[in-house]
Design a protein around this ligand. Structure first.
Ligand SMILES: Cc1cc2nc3c(=O)[nH]c(=O)nc-3n(C[C@H](O)[C@H](O)[C@H](O)COP(=O)(O)OP(=O)(O)OC[C@H]3O[C@@H](n4cnc5c(N)ncnc54)[C@H](O)[C@@H]3O)c2cc1C
Length: 402
């Protein structure tokens, strides 16, 4: 019988397991590692199977910025403890239309920077080209540059680092998936895909897009299809991109996209360097098209077996090749991914069954960088059965499907 069991070997679950491991109580983390062959895999996938996620404090929203700030402050400690390097402080550029009101993107970033005392450089339209010669940005845009520790993290390596540090504190790892979970008196019983029964006094569910398949009363969760495009950068061209930061670019006038994010060249397991781009869609009348959300396990599996959505990939390529004209248009491939949203825009961190079952799920497309703090908050709630006093509870309350 465990004291604490975390379901989900993802970014949030491994962070929570590391914190729970510090309690000295019998703790385990259950969840499979990344499948070797995506095409034949019929089990669960994850949103972190990649080599780069942007990390930065500055955000339009001060609470997201706080989650990131606190997480980034812990990166050196996690790297030191685990001896796994996952953080690359290459800096981060964010661009938007020259602000005319305090509600405009760049103005909101500046206001959050002031609130949280985050240093940044204002980059005028003229300076953009001069300082970042690899980008081609039209007139009418301005930017802010957040120096290191902003940059990117390797999410696979962050999971590895959290796992290593958690295991050093005695956390056990069970390399299986949970197929069902139920309360049984004063403990929770979980069944795994190999038929094993596991018991724990308390369970924290951090199963990302798959969370609703494990709980009785479904949360108001929106697992959403997203496509990413990778453009290969030959090694001889790497020096040109040497100082490229991460980029978040909010724009106007594109028929399909509202914004994109982009990574500098990052080395992938196939031995090649890629610049990666992903983006946000224009919604119809402010409403997402329901077809882009997943409702069943099978839909998720089919999506992860695909190459993503060709129409979204074309829109991303259009922006990519206009923004980084040096790239070779023939050396491109695409991948599918899933981002899971909530009804209020923050992850759900809450109690599902008093003193027994807790949840920390739905990264809202922005939780890789902040997963450590989200995991810490969830671990505190699971360990003590009450909210940590150093952050507001209300924004993270779970909302259930009607
Ligand atoms: C393309 C893309 C780009 C992104 N870019 C950024 C970015 O630049 N910056 C940023 O901060 N964030 C970014 N994100 C978001 C970030 O990756 C997610 O918010 C983050 O991965 C969420 O962490 P998680 O632990 O909730 O989910 P995951 O990392 O998906 O982990 C969930 C885990 O649960 C496990 N699981 C599921 N079901 C079960 C089960 N039944 N039994 C056991 N285990 C189970 C899975 O195996 C998985 O490992 C991006 C996401 C995508 C898809």
């Amino acid at each position: 019988m465990y004291d604490f069991l975390v379901v989900g070997r993802g970014l949030i679950g491994t962070a929570a397991a590391r914190y729970l491991g510090n309690s000295g109580k019998k703790t385990a983390l259950i969840g499979p590692k990344e499948p070797e062959d995506w095409q034949t895999h019929q089990g669960v996938f994850a949103s972190h199977y990649d080599e780069a996620r942007i990390t930065r404090v500055l955000d339009e929203d001060a609470l997201w910025a706080l989650l990131a700030k606190r997480s980034i402050e812990q990166y050196p400690e996690i790297e030191k403890k685990s001896q796994v390097i996952f953080h690359h402080g290459v800096g981060g550029l964010q661009i938007g239309p020259i602000p005319v009101s305090p509600d405009d993107y760049v103005a909101k970033l500046e206001s959050v920077a002031e609130e949280l005392k985050v240093p940044f450089d204002q980059i005028s339209n003229g300076q953009l080209q001069q300082k970042f010669p690899f980008f081609s940005i039209p007139k009418g845009y301005t930017g802010i540059f957040e120096d290191q520790p902003a940059g990117y993290i390797n999410p696979r390596q962050l999971v590895a680092a959290q796992m290593t540090a958690a295991q050093q504190s005695g956390v056990e790892w069970i390399d299986q998936s949970v197929t069902s979970l139920r309360k049984s008196g004063n403990f929770v019983e979980l069944k795994t895909d190999s038929g094993q029964l596991i018991q724990s006094k308390k369970v924290l569910i951090a199963a990302g897009a798959y969370t609703n398949f494990l709980i009785e009363r479904p949360l108001d969760l929106y697992p959403k299809a997203c496509t990413i495009v990778f453009a290969e950068v030959p090694e001889k061209e790497l020096s040109f991109f040497k100082k490229m930061p991460t980029l978040i670019y909010e724009f106007e006038g594109h028929p399909k996209l509202t914004d994109i994010y982009m990574m500098p060249p990052v080395l992938y397991p196939d031995g090649k360097y890629y610049i990666k781009i992903g983006g946000g869609h224009i919604t119809i009348g402010g409403q997402e098209d329901d077809a882009t959300f997943f409702h069943t396990f099978e839909e998720l599996t089919n999506w992860f077996h695909s190459d993503g959505d060709p129409a979204e990939a074309d829109a991303l390529k259009d922006v990519l090749f206009r923004t980084v004209p040096q790239l070779n248009k023939d050396r491109v491939h695409t991948k599918p991914c899933v981002t899971t949203y909530t009804s209020h825009g923050y992850p759900y961190i809450d109690t599902l069954e008093r003193e027994q079952i807790y949840v920390a799920a739905a990264g809202c497309g922005a939780s890789a960088k902040s997963s450590n703090e989200i995991g810490r908050i969830a671990a505190h709630l699971t360990e003590y059965g009450k909210w940590t006093p150093d952050i507001a509870e209300e924004p993270f309350k779970a909302v259930f499907k009607q």
